[in-house]
Design a protein around this ligand. Structure first.
Ligand SMILES: Cc1ncc(COP(=O)(O)O)c(C=O)c1O
Length: 370
C-alpha cells in the first residue's frame, strides 16, 4: 500500500465536460473559457478573471500589465515556489526578499517594511500552503507606500482572510490550476482583479496583443487557456468547497493526533483565516528523536508519501546565488526549509489512511535515532 502526497479528485463530471468540448469542436479559446472566467470571478468575488496557460504565465502577465520592469524592485518571500520570484526576474526587475513568520510560513509584514526602498514598486504576497498571508497589514503598507499589492493565491483556491476570499485581497491576484492544486485543469492559471485596465492588458498580452481579429496593438504572447482546460476547471470549481472541506477535516484529524507527539509542531491556523490545506506542513523540532530527513525516509519506507516544501529558500538557489544574493538573509526561511515536512492531506484520503499516517509518525517517535 502507498499513500500518495497528492491526488487529483476527478470523476464523471470532468469526463462529461471533456466530452462536451470534444463534441462541440471548439478546442481552443471559446465560450467554455469565458464561462469559466465569469464563474471564477464570481466565486472569488472580483469583477474580472482572465484565464491563461498556467500560474507562472499569470504572474508574468500581471507584472507586465502593471508596467513593472528594469530598475524596479518587488518585495516577496523566499519561501515559496520559484515561479513567484522568477516572474520578477523575467520582467527585468529585481526580487527583494523579506523574511517569513515562522508560525505561518507566510511573509512577515515587518520584514517587508525593512525591505522597501525608493525603487520598490510592488509586493507579491503568497498565500502559502492554502493560508492567506497577513493581507490586512500588507494592504496598509501598500497603501501607505503607494505600492501595487499582488496576491499569489496559486495554492489557496477558496481560502479566506477575514471572511474575504483569497484572490480578492490585493490589487490583483493569480491562481494556478496545476495537477496537484486544490482544483485543477492539468495545467492552467488565472489572473483576477477589480481593475478593468489590468484585466484588459492581460487579455491582450495572452493573445499576441490582438485587440480584434488580426489587429495587433502591442507585443504579446500565446498564453491562452484551452476549452478543454476551462471545461475541466468549471467542473472542479463546482466541487471546490466540498474538496476543501475534506482537506480541512483531514487536517483537523492529523492535528489532533500530532499535537500529542513531542517534537512535531502541526500547522498554525491564523484565527483570521480559513486555511484550505493545499499542503499539510509540520515542523520537525529538535525534541523529535529523528531529524526531518530521517523521519521522511522512515515514512516513505512505510508507504506514506511525503514532500519538502521547500528545501532551499529562493535566495539560496544556485540561480540566485549566481545573481549575487547574500546567503545569510531571511533566517526564518532558512530555518523553516530545514524543518518542514508535508504529509498527505488530499481529499481522497480515507479515515484508515489518516490513522495509518498518525500510527507511522508515532512509531517513528518511539524508535528514535538521534
Ligand atoms: C506559490 C506558487 N506560485 C506560482 C506557481 C506557478 O504555477 P504553475 O505551476 O501553474 O505555473 C505555483 C505552482 O506551482 C505556486 O505554488
Amino acid at each position: 500500500m502507498r499513500i500518495p502526497i497528492a491526488k487529483p479528485a476527478l470523476g464523471e463530471e470532468e469526463l462529461e465536460a471533456v466530452k462536451r468540448v470534444l463534441e462541440s469542436g471548439i478546442l481552443a479559446h471559446g465560450p467554455e473559457v469565458e464561462e469559466f472566467e465569469r464563474e471564477f470571478a464570481e466565486y472569488v468575488g472580483v469583477e474580472h478573471a482572465v484565464a491563461v496557460a498556467n500560474g507562472t504565465a499569470a504572474l508574468d502577465l500581471v507584472l507586465k500589465a502593471y508596467g513593472i520592469g528594469p530598475g524596479d524592485e518587488v518585495v516577496t518571500t523566499p519561501f515559496t515556489f520559484i515561479a513567484t520570484a522568477n516572474a520578477v526576474l523575467f520582467q527585468g526587475a529585481k526580487p527583494v526578499f523579506a523574511d517569513i513568520d515562522p508560525r505561518t510560513f507566510n511573509i512577515d509584514p515587518d520584514s517587508v517594511l525593512e525591505a522597501i526602498t525608493p525603487r520598490t514598486r510592488a509586493i507579491i504576497a503568497v498565500d502559502l500552503f492554502g493560508q492567506p498571508a497577513d493581507m490586512r497589514a500588507l494592504r496598509e503598507i501598500a497603501e501607505d507606500r503607494r505600492l501595487v499589492l499582488i496576491e499569489d493565491a496559486a495554492q489557496a483556491h477558496g481560502a479566506e482572510f477575514e471572511s474575504r476570499k483569497a484572490g480578492s485581497l490585493g490589487d490583483a491576484a493569480i491562481f494556478s490550476f496545476y495537477a496537484t492544486k486544490n482544483m485543477t485543469t492539468g495545467e492552467g492559471g488565472m489572473v483576477v482583479t477589480n481593475d478593468r485596465r489590468v484585466a484588459e492588458r492581460v487579455k491582450l498580452l495572452r493573445d499576441h496583443g490582438q485587440a480584434e481579429k488580426y489587429l495587433h496593438v502591442e507585443l504579446g504572447y500565446n498564453l491562452r487557456m484551452t476549452s478543454l482546460q476551462a471545461a475541466i476547471g468549471r467542473a472542479q470549481l463546482r466541487k471546490l468547497d466540498r474538496l476543501n472541506e475534506a482537506r480541512r477535516a483531514n487536517a483537523r484529524f492529523l492535528t489532533e493526533g500530532l499535537s500529542k507527539v513531542r517534537g512535531i509542531t502541526p500547522p498554525y491556523e491564523d484565527p483570521r483565516c480559513k486555511h484550505v490545506y493545499h499542503q499539510y506542513v509540520v515542523r520537525v523540532e529538535d525534541e523529535f528523536p529523528m531529524g526531518r530527513d530521517e523521519l521522511r525516509a522512515f515514512l516513505e519506507s512505510r508507504g506514506v508519501g511525503t514532500a519538502v516544501h521547500y528545501p532551499i529558500p529562493i535566495h539560496r538557489q544556485p540561480l540566485y546565488r549566481k545573481l549575487g544574493y547574500p546567503q545569510d538573509i531571511c533566517p526564518n526561511a532558512i530555518e523553516a526549509s530545514r524543518r518542514v515536512l508535508s504529509l498527505p492531506v488530499h481529499p481522497l484520503l480515507s479515515k484508515s489512511d489518516l490513522e495509518y499516517i498518525l500510527e507511522c509518525v508515532r512509531e517513528a517517535a518511539q524508535r528514535g535515532g538521534r
